[in-house]
Structure formats: structure tokens, C-alpha cells
Design a protein around this ligand. Structure first.
Ligand SMILES: [Cu+2]
Length: 69
């Protein structure tokens, strides 16, 4: 299962690393491929993860959650 999260505010690899760490801490997430340039995170999940949990992780990292596409 895969979800793509659209994120605003990331400017460099360090930002992407912060988002990756927060998203990968969610139960059910296998991995997150985060791109600051593209402003998105492609999240691989073993179980369905609520969009609200993805939004909370992005905000915890300090960036703006836009939507899951
Ligand atoms: Cu940065």
C-alpha cells in the first residue's frame, strides 16, 4: 500500500530527513521516500495508516501538510 503526501515548507535534505523520521515512526509505515524539491513524501505501508496520522507527523516535524493524493 502506498500514499503520496503533499507537504509545504521543506527546503533541503535536512528538512526531508526530519519528515522521513517522523513518518517512519508511525506504526504500519514501512518506509518513506521524502523529496524536499518535489514537496512530497511517498509512504510505503504494511497496514492502512490514517491520513490524520500522516498529517500529524508532518506537522510534528515542523512543516505544512497539504493533502494526501
Ligand atoms: Cu532544510
Amino acid at each position: 500500500m502506498e500514499k503520496t503526501v503533499i507537504i509545504e515548507g521543506m527546503t533541503c535534505g535536512h528538512c526531508a530527513g526530519r519528515v522521513k523520521k517522523e513518518i517512519e515512526a508511525i506504526a504500519g509505515v514501512e518506509s518513506a521516500d521524502v523529496s524536499a524539491d518535489e514537496g512530497k513524501a511517498v509512504v510505503e505501508m504494511t497496514n492502512e495508516v490514517d491520513d490524520e496520522k500522516l498529517a500529524a507527523a508532518v506537522e510534528e516535524a515542523g512543516y505544512e501538510f497539504i493533502k494526501v493524493s
